[in-house]
Design a protein. Structure first.
Length: 72
């Protein structure tokens, strides 16, 4: 198991509400059923897979005030 915020090994089971578009939630549910896993497991696994890509996205604070983000 990974480390939780207190630095100890184990499972951190604090509750957090997350909101997904209905179609995305249905896809997550379908994959959870296919893999016989919980919704939480699917989302946690997806984060582990995607986090390096997500970290490549520039912060809104990284865009200069006079600079417009690309439109397309």
């Amino acid at each position: 198991m990974g480390e939780n915020q207190s630095g100890t090994k184990g499972s951190d089971k604090r509750k957090q509400s997350l909101y997904f578009p209905e179609s995305m939630l249905q896809e997550i549910k379908d994959e959870a059923a296919r893999l016989d896993r919980s919704l939480s497991w699917i989302v946690q696994r997806a984060w582990k897979i995607a986090r390096l890509e997500i970290k490549k996205i520039p912060s809104v604070n990284d865009i200069a005030d006079d600079e417009e983000p690309d439109a397309g």
